[in-house]
Design a protein around this ligand. Structure first.
Ligand SMILES: [Zn+2]
Ligand SMILES: [Zn+2]
Length: 186
């Protein structure tokens, strides 16, 4: 049996947050998880936090960027699970990355599992069971001059047949960039 070490967030309160308050709450939860990690690794740098991960992945620890990325759509629909599991999961990656031989360790290997169990008091799971329908409905990523857009298959087909969409913010034509994967990894 494991008992979560971080305090349990109130599901009802989380459900009421608008998107900017939710983003702030994610920052605060990351800080909480980071403080816990600093008990075993006092020099651990504080990670940046971004809600720009796309596709079916819930989160990602990204060394190059220097922080943690989370999937905003999945976060909005699965708030409690993000606070209880996904944020500690990515913070555990962040901690393991910063161990002496961290970059050479397996992402979900022994060290990561130990951090999840012993430090966070969580079961070390590698996949999530979130409903990714909203993500799957718009898997086609397009770019303009100012941001990324997610299009449905119907709209993507329209573009392939010579159609064209413009960004309503910068008015540039949307250019196809990539299709999101459908794996539900954390
Ligand atoms: Zn634009
Ligand atoms: Zn992971």
């Amino acid at each position: 049996m494991t008992t979560p070490v971080l305090p349990s967030p109130c599901s009802k309160r989380l459900g009421l947050l608008d998107s900017s308050a939710l983003a702030q709450a994610v920052d605060a939860r990351v800080a909480e998880a980071w403080q816990l990690c600093r008990e075993v690794h006092p020099d651990l740098p504080r990670p940046g936090v971004w809600l720009d991960l796309r596709g079916a992945g819930a989160g990602q620890a990204n060394m190059k960027r220097g922080g943690l990325r989370f999937n905003r759509l999945l976060l909005e629909d699965n708030r409690l699970a993000f606070f209880e599991e996904v944020i500690p999961h990515e913070m555990a990656h962040w901690l393991v990355f910063h161990l002496e031989n961290g970059p050479r360790l397996k992402p979900h290997g022994h060290e990561w599992k130990t951090v999840m169990r012993e430090l966070f008091g969580l079961v070390p799971r590698v996949t999530h069971r979130f409903d990714t329908q909203r993500v799957r409905l718009t898997p086609f990523r397009y770019r303009c001059g100012c941001r990324e857009h997610a299009l449905t298959r119907r709209r993507h087909t329209f573009v392939l047949q010579g159609g064209c969409y413009r960004c309503r913010f910068c008015a540039e034509t949307l250019v196809y960039h990539a299709e999101d994967g459908s794996e539900g990894r954390i």
